[in-house]
Design a protein around this ligand. Sequence first.
Ligand SMILES: Cc1cc2nc3c(=O)[nH]c(=O)nc-3n(C[C@H](O)[C@H](O)[C@H](O)COP(=O)(O)OP(=O)(O)OC[C@H]3O[C@@H](n4cnc5c(N)ncnc54)[C@H](O)[C@@H]3O)c2cc1C
Length: 318
Amino acid sequence: MGLGRRLEGALAKRFEGKVRFGESMARHTTWRIGGPADAMVFPESEDDVRDLIVLLNEHNTDWFVLGGGSNLLVLDGGIRAVVISPAPGLSDVLEAPLPEGRGVRVQAGASLAKACRFAADKGLSGLAFAAGIPGTVGGAVMMNAGIPGAEMSDVVSEIRMIGPEGGNMTIGRSELDYSYRRLRLPRRAAGVPGRPGIIVSAVLMLRKGDSERIRDETEEMLARRNQSQPGGLTAGSVFKNPPGGPAAGRLIDRAGLKGYAAGGAVVSGKHANFIVNRGGASASDVLELMETIRRRVKDASGVELEPEVRVVGEEEQG
Ligand SMILES: Cc1cc2nc3c(=O)[nH]c(=O)nc-3n(C[C@H](O)[C@H](O)[C@H](O)COP(=O)(O)OP(=O)(O)OC[C@H]3O[C@@H](n4cnc5c(N)ncnc54)[C@H](O)[C@@H]3O)c2cc1C
């Protein structure tokens, strides 16, 4: 384990005050689960991101980008790589004139909540669907976050990235291959596993609207969420909704799994597609519960559920 003295020294020098070694990922995921990363860097500028990528390439070392950690299961052994967190350093939101209308340029580490508030204040409509989705704009762009009928792919006009070799890249809307809860980036930007490109900002296309109405819409979205989703430590929907069929939550409920637990992880009684960390859950508890859910749903309804949460890191040794 560890990055080696030379890289640790170089990181400590170039990123003084912005790097932590052996940082617990449980502090950075909404499930509050996850072992330590070799290092975690909090860049404060695009130059920081670029320098970091160049340095990591020089040292032949992998990295992982962490947004709000709201769609991630980090395994108990942690992450053998450098974790890069665009939040809180890259979190500006600005108005951006667009040929098709009006928009905002949002840095990747800004929360979706901040982007939604900014849009409402400026009387820009089209983003209220995202109210209440936790995490960062970078994470939302990568996950194509959304609700039935509206998702990020509807509003993303372009993204700016630091590519896998450290170069600047602008990727236009026509190059973004979006599908359900997924963005496939062009190869030059996606990189290879362990060496991905990093989104530093996105331009969102919005429409002229009325601040009061947008705020009402936002309030309505939040109220609906409060009614249907559990509070506490969760990572949102654990499984994708199967195409054309009943929602994953309904299938899990029908399999009789509400309240079913493995260690500290339990299937929410309020929304069966949410797993709650009721205290002290490990990643292996969550994995065990996910496996049971998949098996029981397959037996009960023949449907093969596919995870929506991303599982990263290493199993705990011994
Ligand atoms: C209570 C709750 C409710 C939720 N409701 C919804 C919902 O209604 N709809 C929905 O779609 N999701 C929902 N989610 C899931 C989650 O909030 C979204 O998927 C969110 O967009 C993830 O953003 P994040 O910043 O937390 O990303 P993370 O979980 O940190 O990362 C997700 C993926 O994006 C990559 N990534 C993050 N930032 C960057 C970047 N800057 N550059 C490149 N790659 C990056 C990461 O490497 C990872 O692969 C919910 C979660 C919770 C806890």
